[in-house]
Design a protein around this ligand. Structure first.
Ligand code: ADP
Ligand code: FBP
Ligand code: MG
Length: 440
């Protein structure tokens, strides 16, 4: 169970400097639309969860709210900032970069902002990556494009050498925009900074199209990514309906979490089956997935299947395992495997099948953010800047119960956010598809 001690945010020191944004705050206090810096956003949100805690109101765990502070830690005109993007692409990376640069420049008056190229490689001398200065002019219009103007990379780098580089450039604040791996790296950097007794804030903006980072509501870019995946499901449905015994099979990203598959399938309500890593399934036998699919095709003339890349990996264990540069296991291709097994199963049963296979792959994460995600990105960027200028460190910005909050990195990497087979999202998927609760 999450306790208050898990939610405490580290600070570099007392905030003594009048914030340039103090005038925006005046005598504000918490309302249903604003949380004051002295308040907390409660972790639990139902009567039963709160009752289960026992104790008094003041014992209830809560997150530190984000937002501008009346007093800040860093002297803006002397503050030097670094920004880096790491890991896989995600829609909205450029929105976050631009949001951070504009907020720092326009509202805090920060003058020097450095962009590090290709993730953590950007700090390591042997790669020879140029450090670029970022300004409102240099980031103009970047939010119109997918990807990241800073580039990215996978692969671990020495945290001591990274901090050497940060010290060498007299950087006071580092923003890391990245996923679970990047945040593990960022936490190591904050630890090295503390070991050396430095006053450098390390603040993360969590990025993952898989939506697999916990305690942050949804990750930015996720909505854009699943909306893009929805187009493939629509295409698979049209194709499958147009031919006798059509099966539309769509394979989408989602390493350990099936959120993209679930949301994309719910969006147009056309999928008959959703297969995700969190819910194991049987292929064979009368109640297995293949027989179920065949019966549905025989009854209705077509079917649409959405499979997340992490689903059914147990069927492919005989294939060799490899890892990417960051140590993430490379998954075997469940899409192609299912395509082959579905065709073979229909053949064996003497039933015609017309397989239409679509894998949108990188196309869903390399696009620019949609307006909803862009708004989310800019708000996360503002929250990250306010936190860093107030000397908060080893934390990421996120949203909890609809409020923007500070989440300790240690908590954000303590587990993987996954679709709960007993939760209401999976229930909605079962309702929308009509697939059985269990195959086999
Ligand atoms: N445990 C770790 N400690 C330090 N750095 C890490 C750790 N895990 C990953 N990283 C680094 O973070 C960066 C991004 O990680 P990766 O897993 O590729 O993507 P993501 O951040 O999107 O999950 C890589 O440079 C990787 O080496
Ligand atoms: O081929 P790549 O670029 O290494 O990335 C593939 C993986 O990256 C993701 O898009 C996102 O993963 P991360 O956010 O952890 O980088 C996964 O869905 C996918 O398995
Ligand atoms: Mg990751």
């Amino acid at each position: 169970m999450v306790e208050q001690s898990d939610l405490e945010i580290q600070a570099l020191g007392e905030c003594r400097i009048e914030s340039p944004l103090a005038e925006f705050l005046e005598q504000r206090d918490t309302t249903e639309h604003y949380v004051d810096e002295n308040d907390r956003v409660l972790f639990d949100d139902t009567a039963n969860l709160i009752a289960a805690r026992g104790g008094s109101l003041s014992d209830l765990p809560g997150f530190e709210p984000s937002g501008p502070r009346r007093k800040i830690f860093f002297q803006p005109s002397k503050t030097r900032v670094g920004i880096v993007t790491c890991g896989g692409l995600c829609p909205g990376l450029n929105d976050v970069i631009r949001g951070i640069v504009l907020e720092l420049t326009n509202h805090y008056g920060v003058k020097r902002i450095f962009g590090f190229r290709n993730g953590y490689q950007g700090f390591i001398s042997k790669y020879g990556r140029e450090v670029t200065e970022l300004s409102p002019q240099s980031v103009r219009g970047i939010n119109e494009y997918g990807g990241t103007i800073l580039g990215t990379s996978r692969g671990e780098q020495d945290p001591y050498e990274i901090v050497d580089c940060i010290e060498h450039l007299s950087i006071n604040v580092l923003f890391v925009i990245g996923g679970d791996g990047s945040m593990r790296g960022a936490l190591r950097l904050a630890e090295v900074v503390a070991e050396r007794g430095l006053k450098i804030a390390v603040v993360g903006v969590p990025k993952t199209i898989d939506n697999d980072i916990p305690y942050i509501d949804q990750s930015f870019g996720f909505q854009t990514a699943f909306a893009k995946a929805t187009e493939s499901i629509r295409g698979a449905n049209v194709e499958a309906r147009a031919v006798p015994n059509g099966v539309g099979l769509v394979h989408v990203m989602g390493r350990h979490s099936g959120f993209i598959a679930c949301y994309a399938a719910l969006a147009n309500n056309d999928a008959d089956y959703v297969l995700i890593p969190e819910v194991p399934f049987e292929l064979d036998g009368d109640n297995g997935f293949l027989a179920h699919l065949r019966r549905r095709v025989e009854q209705r003339g077509h079917a649409v299947v959405v499979a997340a890349e992490g689903a059914g990996q147990e069927f492919l264990q005989h294939e060799a395992t490899s890892h990417d540069a960051s140590g993430n296991r490379r998954l075997r291709d469940i899409g192609q495997f299912l395509r082959g097994r579905i065709n073979a199963h229909f053949d064996d049963a003497g039933v015609e099948v017309n397989m239409k296979y679509i894998d949108p792959s990188y196309a869903i994460r390399s696009v620019p953010a949609n307006p909803y995600d862009s708004v989310y990105c800019i708000r996360l960027a503002h929250a990250a800047v306010h936190a860093a200028m107030a000397g908060r460190t080893a934390m990421v910005v996120g949203r909890w119960q609809g409020r923007f909050v500070h989440v300790p990195i240690a908590l954000a990497i303590s587990k993987t956010n996954r679709v709960d087979p007993k939760g209401d999202l999976w229930m909605s998927v079962l309702e929308a598809t009509g697939q059985p609760r269990r195959f086999g």
